[in-house]
Each structure stands twice: as structure tokens, then as C-alpha cells.
Design a protein around this ligand. Structure first.
Ligand code: ADP
Length: 183
């Protein structure tokens, strides 16, 4: 099993759910920048206060802020496996991650792209009902994904790291597809 993974895909593709399952099954650490930011917001830290309004508009928090979070989490793992979910989300974040990983001598083993149609994404997100899951904010997040995050598909394809998974169907069916592509 590969132990240094990155999940890429639009909001609503099921990255969080599948990442949690895969990490539990293989004993690697799930690093979700969305979850980490939401716990900062819930704890009312300075960082959380800075991030909250940005997240509720469906915009991206600053590269420097998420990078600081990822760096401290990753260093605390002391070489154990990880799955990054929701990071990187911009080309500068991906470049900063490359730099960090080469310092740590921990290259990425694989990048998984979860693919799903916009119609299904919007339906799933509306059903979830998080603070940033209103229709207008969802549309903004999809646009931000297309503009800022989708260029990472070519970035990782060029490095020969990308695997695509069809994220349509039941959670079990998608989990099975993922397991197959890594075993
Ligand atoms: P989803 O993928 O369903 O949109 P996430 O939980 O991954 O949800 O992210 C929620 C919000 O947290 C994003 O819309 C953004 O505001 C912020 N966020 C998460 N990860 C990053 C990141 N790597 N860079 C900037 N902002 C981020």
C-alpha cells in the first residue's frame, strides 16, 4: 500500500468520506485542511477567526495560513504515512508542498483525482447542509475549484503521479475502486 497520498477533486466528490475510510483501513493519518480549519473556527483561535468569514463565502483562505497548518501537522507525524485531503488547492500551494516534502525526504506516492458531474456535486452538497453549503456559496466553490485547483490535475499528471477514479455510485463501490487502484 502506498502511504503518502493526495486526494484531488471538486467539493462534494466524497474526498473526506473516502479519505477517512482509506486511512482507517491502512493506518495512515488523514490530514484534511477543511477539518483542521473548522476545528480552529470552533475553538475560536485567532487563526479560526481569520478563516471563518473567508470559508463562509466559499473563498480560499491564504496559502500562508494553510501551509503553516500542514507543515506543523506533517512534521508531528515523524515520517508516518499520510493522506492530504483538500490541500494543495492552488499551484503555489502545490509548489510549497513539493519544497516541504523534499526537505522531509517524503515524496508523494500517488495523487488520486475523484471525478463527478457538477449536477451530482451540487445535489450532494445541498443535502449536507454545512455553513458553506448554500447554493450561491456552492457555485462559488465550484468556480474557485475550476479556476484555482483544477490546474493541479495537469501539474500532477506531468509528474506521472495521477490516477483518476469515477466518484459516482455508492460509498462502498467507490471505496472498492480506490482499494483496487492501490493494492
Ligand atoms: P469542500 O472540499 O467540500 O469544499 P473542505 O472541507 O475541503 O470542503 O474546505 C472547506 C473550506 O475550507 C474551503 O472552501 C476553503 O475556504 C477552506 N480551505 C480548505 N482547504 C484549503 C486550502 N488548501 N487552501 C485554502 N483554503 C482551504
Amino acid at each position: 500500500m502506498k502511504s503518502r497520498l493526495l486526494f484531488l477533486g471538486p467539493p462534494g466528490a466524497g474526498k473526506g468520506t473516502q479519505a477517512a475510510r482509506l486511512c482507517q483501513a491502512h493506518g495512515i493519518k488523514h490530514l484534511s485542511t477543511g477539518d483542521l480549519l473548522r476545528s480552529e473556527v470552533a475553538a475560536g483561535t485567532a487563526l479560526g477567526q481569520e478563516a471563518e468569514a473567508v470559508m463562509n463565502r466559499g473563498e480560499l483562505v491564504s496559502d500562508a495560513l494553510v501551509l503553516a497548518i500542514v507543515e506543523s501537522q506533517m512534521k508531528a507525524l515523524n515520517g508516518g504515512g499520510w493522506l492530504l485531503d483538500g490541500f494543495p488547492r492552488t499551484v503555489p500551494q502545490a509548489e510549497a508542498l513539493d519544497k516541504l516534502l523534499s526537505e522531509l525526504q517524503q515524496p508523494i506516492d500517488a495523487v488520486v483525482l475523484l471525478e463527478l458531474d457538477d449536477g451530482v456535486l451540487i445535489e450532494r452538497l445541498l443535502a449536507r447542509g454545512r455553513a458553506d453549503d448554500t447554493e450561491a456559496v456552492i457555485r462559488n466553490r465550484l468556480e474557485v475549484y475550476r479556476d484555482k485547483t483544477a490546474p493541479l490535475i495537469d501539474f500532477y499528471k506531468a509528474k506521472g503521479l495521477l490516477t483518476s477514479i469515477e466518484a459516482q455510485g455508492s460509498m462502498d463501490a467507490i471505496a472498492e475502486r480506490l482499494e483496487k487502484s492501490f493494492s
